[in-house]
Design a protein around this ligand. Structure first.
Ligand code: HEM
Ligand SMILES: *[C@@H]1O[C@H](CO)[C@@H](O)[C@H](O)[C@H]1NC(C)=O
Ligand SMILES: *[C@@H]1O[C@H](CO)[C@@H](O)[C@H](O)[C@H]1NC(C)=O
Ligand SMILES: *[C@@H]1O[C@H](CO)[C@@H](O)[C@H](O)[C@H]1NC(C)=O
Ligand SMILES: *[C@@H]1O[C@H](CO)[C@@H](O)[C@H](O)[C@H]1NC(C)=O
Length: 317
């Protein structure tokens, strides 16, 4: 009697444990099924960044735009077809997100090493980490085991990814809708220490905002006229646009944020103190960024038998 009770308790515990682990991501997820995964991916990322330094930023951004739309499930990578509407033409993505050809190269190398095993969603997570490390930022263990969506959502991409016109409360609520705190939001925004933005995105800031440094304003206006040059680029971090460091926050202290949304983080509001802290303590920024991007990578993954392992990241199997 006692032994059969103990037996059922063990079964219950076992079931609980397997349920819990099925829904959990794990850095060692592919250690048996694809032991050379990391050494297969990193050289492809390295070579893409050597060819074009900006690519590291573009690859990091793909992970953000994937995770904020129904979870980190590779939905962003699906191409539009006559009978399938993906996310690539959503307002925050159209003419803006880039790096899909690099993801294709990585997927091809990974398929060669371990056919049918590694999801495109996990490739985005690893590629984001490798990009940050290659550009001089912190390292972390990437949790893995995500599977790929068989669906995408144009409307969720338009709703969930905050626009650069956002005020602080909108930024906080967009992240909170994904289970991320205001603190996570400020730390993740440090990703704008790398990469570029288009004139059409920051024109309203340089012509209409008053919380902007005047010499910085003049400099940006010189390559972003009132009514032309929409595609002209400027660095999100004017000091070191291809180094992952804490200069983004230093720029905010001197009113040199490029996007309206960037400067909202230091505009006499509730997040000023965190911006000051990261400007003064690069190690604190690094560790908070790592915690926040791991948390972002946990957003609604497909695990177990949900979704699929895509053969080609651009289309469902
Ligand atoms: C806090 C809210 C955020 C807003 C409003 C925002 C908005 C933007 C905009 C408008 C651009 C420029 C797009 C263009 O000109 O085509 C951009 C670029 C970028 N964003 Fe964000 N972003 C946010 C958060 C993040 C996060 C959380 C990450 C990653 C963790 C990220 C990574 C990047 C990177 C790396 C670039 C440069 C990409 C490149 O050069 O190709 N952003 N962002
Ligand atoms: C889209 O249409 C093509 C051609 O009619 C068909 O082969 C394919 O299975 C369809 N795809 C989906 C996702 O319905
Ligand atoms: C995407 O951008 C291009 C170029 O600006 C524009 O012609 C097209 O209409 C846009 N697509 C959508 C769906 O907004
Ligand atoms: C912030 O922006 C939202 C729209 O995105 C608006 O409804 C709200 O009133 C704004 N809040 C402040 C404090 O300006
Ligand atoms: C600046 O604000 C004015 C008044 O709201 C508006 O008409 C104009 O389009 C804005 N300029 C830019 C570049 O967004």
């Amino acid at each position: 009697m006692a032994s059969s009770l103990r037996h059922s308790a063990n079964i219950a515990l076992f079931l609980l444990f397997s349920l819990a682990s099925a829904a959990q991501l794990d850095p060692n997820f592919y250690s048996c099924s694809c032991p050379n995964l990391f050494s297969t991916i990193k050289p492809v990322v390295q070579s893409a960044i050597s060819k074009e330094k900006r690519m590291g930023a573009s690859l990091l951004r793909l992970f953000f735009h994937d995770c904020f739309v129904n979870g980190c499930d590779g939905s962003l990578l699906l191409d539009d077809t006559p009978n399938f509407t993906g996310e690539k033409n959503a307002v925050p993505n159209n003419q803006s997100v880039r790096g899909f050809d690099v993801i294709d190269k990585i997927k091809a190398a990974v398929e060669k090493a371990c056919p049918g095993v590694v999801s495109c969603a996990d490739i985005l997570a690893i590629t984001a980490r490798d990009s940050v490390v290659i550009l001089g930022g912190p390292n972390w263990n990437v949790k893995l085991g995500r599977r790929d969506a068989r669906t995408a959502s144009l409307s969720a991409a338009n709703t969930n990814i905050p626009p650069p016109t956002s005020n602080l409360s909108k930024l906080i609520s967009s992240f909170s809708a994904q289970g991320l705190s205001a603190k996570h939001m400020v730390a993740l925004s440090g990703a704008h220490t790398i990469g570029q933005a288009r004139c059409t995105i920051f024109r309203a800031r340089i012509y209409n905002d008053s919380n902007i440094d005047s010499s910085f304003d003049q400099l940006r206006k010189s390559n972003c006229p009132q009514s032309s040059g929409d595609a002209n680029l400027a660095p999100l971090d004017l000091q070191t646009p291809t180094s992952f460091d804490n200069n983004y926050y230093k720029n905010l202290l001197s009113l040199k944020g490029l996007l309206h949304s960037d400067q909202q983080l230091f505009n006499k509001g509730s997040t000023d103190s965190q911006v000051r802290k990261y400007a003064n303590k690069p190690n604190k920024f690094n560790s908070d960024f790592v915690a926040a991007i791991i948390k972002m990578g946990d957003i609604s993954p497909l695990t177990g038998s949900k979704g699929e392992i895509r053969k080609n990241c651009r289309k469902i199997n």
